[in-house]
Design a protein around this ligand. Structure first.
Ligand code: GDP
Ligand code: MN
Length: 367
């Protein structure tokens, strides 16, 4: 989940990382000589796309803010504009702490060439330093990063502290990425002029306050309802005639591929995830959320190597009576105790199969 710049900057400030003074328009920061007007969309490259403007007084700031509201940047409509004091930048640097999935640790990324697309910075001008996940960055590592940014003396020491704070932030806030571009070198030290924060959505249960972030309202109404029920849904096409409900993310991708390959138009895909074996009282709310799209055909595809199919079948049967899905339901259920599972589901009027091909054919036959 990517935060808006102003949400990221609030977190920065809470962790002692300096940010410019700012307010949400129509409020203006007091006592600022010149202002920066910034569209709040969860996407970068706003500067190049007209989403960042500079104003010399309140009237001009207001005109820019009104002009930005309602415009679309990338695929996001601008509904909020943030206004900051404009800081005098001597040099623009790049600093990030990013999750390195291959190395299973965080890495510090730094470049003395900030402010531009970091992708266009030549390799030798970008430092990528993996950090020991148990020990955190050492003093020598912090110094190495600060020196790579060509900082000296007091500023170098400030940079070392700032980098340590960004590293502490990603750990404490369960972030996948904290990126500052530009990190501005000014007469009064280093200031984070931009903030890109990506939080690990899987850690949301540890952070009840995340629900206040604009990004937590991402997704369609149906997707949010499915997420609230503890599963994961993706609406594919409003014209789709088939909805897939599967047990696991990999099977979801495979099922979607097979349906699309067969020429079917898919309405919605749902991964039951952790809900799959949690009993009918957890599955029913997911199916109720699915029922809202009034699927013509629902294709349930589940394969269990360790869990028991009959347990799932009982939960599914109970959940279906509760959720009352419109349309046909075709179920492919394979794994331990799948014969018993079919005996539970078939009498209820569901079209139940063990093997994929006949199940798929049955699901597609009706459309
Ligand atoms: P992005 O384009 O979405 O990454 O938005 P940024 O917040 O990075 O702003 C784009 C550019 O505007 C930055 O690279 C800076 O050059 C400039 N900028 C942003 N804030 C300030 C500021 O306070 N002072 C000055 N002088 N330039 C700024
Ligand atoms: Mn930026």
């Amino acid at each position: 989940m990517q935060l808006l710049e102003m949400e990221g900057k609030q977190l920065f400030a809470r962790h002692g990382i300096p940010v410019p003074r700012g307010t949400v328009w129509p409020e203006l920061p007091t006592g600022a000589a010149t202002l920066v007007i910034k569209a709040q969309v969860p996407a970068g490259g706003r500067g190049k796309r007209g989403g960042v403007r500079f104003a010399t007084d309140a009237a001009e700031a207001g005109a820019f803010a009104r002009a930005l509201l309602g415009t679309v940047i990338g695929e996001h409509r601008v509904t909020q504009v943030y206004v900051e004091e404009r800081v005098a930048i001597e040099r623009e640097l790049y600093l990030a702490v990013a999750l390195d999935r291959d190395r299973r640790c965080y890495a510090i990324l730094a470049s003395p060439d900030g402010g531009v697309d970091i992708e266009s910075v030549p390799e030798h001008r970008l430092l990528r330093l993996p950090i020991d996940p148990l020990g955190g960055p050492t003093g020598a590592e912090l110094r190495r990063v600060a020196e790579f940014l060509a900082l000296r003396g007091d500023i170098r020491r400030q940079a070392e502290q700032l980098i340590a704070k960004v590293y502490a932030l990603v750990l404490q806030e369960d972030a996948e990425l904290a990126e500052i571009n530009p990190l501005a070198l000014t007469g009064s030290g280093l200031i984070a002029c931009d903030a890109k924060l990506v939080l690990d959505a899987s850690a949301a249960f540890r952070h009840p306050d995340w629900q206040h972030y604009a990004g937590s309202r991402n997704g369609t109404e149906v997707e949010r309802a499915i997420a609230a029920a503890g599963a994961m849904g993706i609406e594919i096409s409003r014209q789709g005639e088939i909805t897939g409900v599967v047990s696991g993310a990999g099977l979801m991708m495979a099922t979607l591929d097979m349906l699309v390959d067969s020429g079917a138009r898919v309405r919605l895909m749902v991964d039951l995830g952790g809900v799959v074996l949690a009993g009918p009282e957890r599955i029913a709310p997911v199916l109720r959320a699915v029922a809202a799209v009034r699927p013509q055909t629902t294709f349930v595809n589940a394969y269990f190597q360790t869990a028991r199919c009959d347990d799932f079948a009982r939960a599914l049967a109970s959940a279906f009576t509760d959720a009352r899905l419109a349309g046909r339901v075709v179920i492919r259920l394979k794994g331990r105790y799948d014969a018993q599972a079919r005996e539970i589901l078939a009498p209820l009027g569901f079209d139940v199969h063990a093997d994929l091909q006949p199940a798929l054919a049955a699901a597609l036959a009706g459309i």
